[in-house]
Design a binder for this molecule. Structure first.
Ligand SMILES: Cc1cc2nc3c(=O)[nH]c(=O)nc-3n(C[C@H](O)[C@H](O)[C@H](O)COP(=O)(O)OP(=O)(O)OC[C@H]3O[C@@H](n4cnc5c(N)ncnc54)[C@H](O)[C@@H]3O)c2cc1C
Length: 454
């Protein structure tokens, strides 16, 4: 029987889309088409009062509540079967104070909006590599990307937030106000409340020297061994993630390389003047292609958007990695070339440098000693290939596990409930106590869920 949401539409100011309406299928769609959830209703909240009203309605009617930022979560944690989706997309305003080098960002904004708005002022905030991802989910999980080594994780640049709590009250939090909540928000996912506004410190980066250097996939072991030794010793200013991928079948890539499986490194360095480290990196080996060029940061930071539009099938796994021993290199060299579809990929995001100099207990992200945040992503538009992409990502990540740190990045998981504790690592118990303080009834449980401490 359909769950009743009578009275919801009059409780909130924003649009409410109910199951069965003509707009329903479009409104419930998530980025990952492998996830097919059917909520009772989607409430497009326009401000904090709206979020509070929707929350109260959901709690009073005993509905499971999901909070949707950009809807990019691999496991579809921005939605819930038969429950209420609080959609934050109308809360997407961005105000940049260029003098103070601060950006105040609505909880439903997308990375590309933040990148464009700050770029206009010659500034940026370090975020993830795809522009259509939500600032909300990305930040609450941590946020790794091109500039992590130089500027830290996204959470390392968060200075304040406005949060609607489970009881509908609104709090401001920062290092001084509700400090436990502020600590927990920086890596604890959506467990503690609905963040309607994030305030970030900005940095003067406009142009980057960036692009992929791609090698024959048969050179993978040699390239990865060199990268493993080179990058941790390189200055923070140089970022670069190792990848397996297939060359996209279109410009600007040369036709003879289209769809060829390759390994490579996607390099990023702020500014236009090539550093010695980047010059040395580009001189390594025999690349098939060197695409490094000066480019406005928002262009580089959205360069993969067209390749990965909403509506593909995705299957994800994640691992934190400290060392890449030769045995792990052999695993990569075996599984990387087996990518089952041309969109499937494996990335090792560098998360050392500035991010690695923060203590494991200073924020809720408890893997500061990881040098890499690895993601194994099977991707394809065709649902018929769902099994193949899942099997490959699982087998590859399982084979790497003996060489990984145990936990995995909260934002790179979908269907591994037994790994949730490990995702928060040594911070889990403190997070559970903060959860008990701010959400004792676990209203926010459609996430990588932390159980409130008894
Ligand atoms: C193509 C692609 C590329 C990616 N690249 C990167 C990358 O480079 N770096 C990286 O770190 N991650 C990356 N990710 C992972 C990404 O960070 C997570 O998928 C993240 O959960 C997406 O956030 P969202 O707001 O879009 O998702 P949603 O599905 O909307 O939400 C995800 C979770 O966050 C919660 N949430 C979202 N917004 C709020 C809010 N304002 N208040 C409270 N809770 C909230 C939701 O309740 C849910 O539990 C990528 C994902 C995809 C699909």
């Amino acid at each position: 029987m359909a769950v009743s949401v009578e009275g919801l539409a009059s409780a909130v100011k924003g649009r409410v889309v109910e199951a069965g309406s003509t707009e329903y299928d479009e409104a419930r769609a998530l980025y990952n088409a492998m996830i097919d959830k059917r909520p009772a209703a989607i409430a497009y909240c326009v401000d904090e009062a709206d979020v509070a009203a929707a929350l109260r309605y959901g709690v009073e009617h005993d509905l499971r509540i999901a909070v949707r930022g950009g809807g990019h979560n691999g496991g579809g944690l921005g939605s819930v079967d038969d429950g209420l989706v609080i959609d934050l997309s109308p809360i997407n305003a961005i105000e940049v104070d260029a003098q103070a080098k601060m950006a105040r960002v609505g909880g439903g904004a997308l990375l590309k909006d933040l990148l464009d708005a700050t770029h206009e002022h010659g500034l940026t905030v370090p975020v993830g590599i795809i522009g259509t991802t939500g600032v909300g989910g990305l930040t609450l999980g941590g946020g790794v990307g091109h500039l992590t080594r130089e500027l830290g994780l996204t959470i390392d640049n968060l200075v304040a937030a406005t949060v609607v709590l489970a009881d509908g009250s609104v709090v401001q939090t920062d290092a001084e106000r509700e400090p436990d909540l502020f600590w927990a928000l920086r890596g604890g996912g959506g467990n503690f409340g609905v963040v309607t506004s994030f305030s970030f410190r900005c940095h003067p980066v406009t142009t980057v020297l960036a692009g992929p250097v791609m090698y024959d996939i048969g050179d993978a072991a040699e390239v990865l061994a060199w990268y493993r030794d080179f990058l941790p010793a390189a200055p923070d200013e140089l970022g670069g993630f190792f990848l397996f991928a297939s060359v996209p079948p279109g410009p600007p890539f040369p036709e003879e390389l289209h769809l060829r499986k390759v390994c490579g490194i996607a390099w990023t360095q702020a500014g236009e003047e090539e550093s010695d480290a980047l010059r040395e990196a580009r001189a390594f080996g025999k690349p098939l292609l060197d695409g490094v060029a000066p480019v406005p940061l928002p262009a580089w930071n959205t360069a993969f958007d067209a390749l990965y539009p909403a509506g593909d099938q995705w299957y994800w796994r994640g691992e934190f990695i400290r060392e890449i021993p030769d045995e792990a290199i052999a695993v990569h060299a075996e599984y990387g070339p087996q990518m089952p579809t041309w969109k499937s990929t494996m990335h090792l995001y560098a998360s050392d440098g500035a991010a690695g100099r923060v203590g494991n207990d200073e924020t809720a992200w408890s893997y500061r000693d990881a040098r890499w945040t690895g993601v194994f992503a099977g991707v394809d538009p065709d649902p018929a290939n769902a099994g193949a992409i899942r099997d490959w990502a699982r087998a590859y990540s399982d084979a790497i596990k003996p060489h990984a740190m145990g936990g995995g990045y909260v934002n790179f998981h979908m269907d591994e409930p037994d790994r949730v504790r490990g995702m928060y690592g040594s911070n889990y118990d403190r997070l559970a106590r903060v959860k008990a303080q701010y959400d004792p009834n676990n209203v926010f449980r459609v996430n990588q869920n932390i159980q409130p401490a008894a």
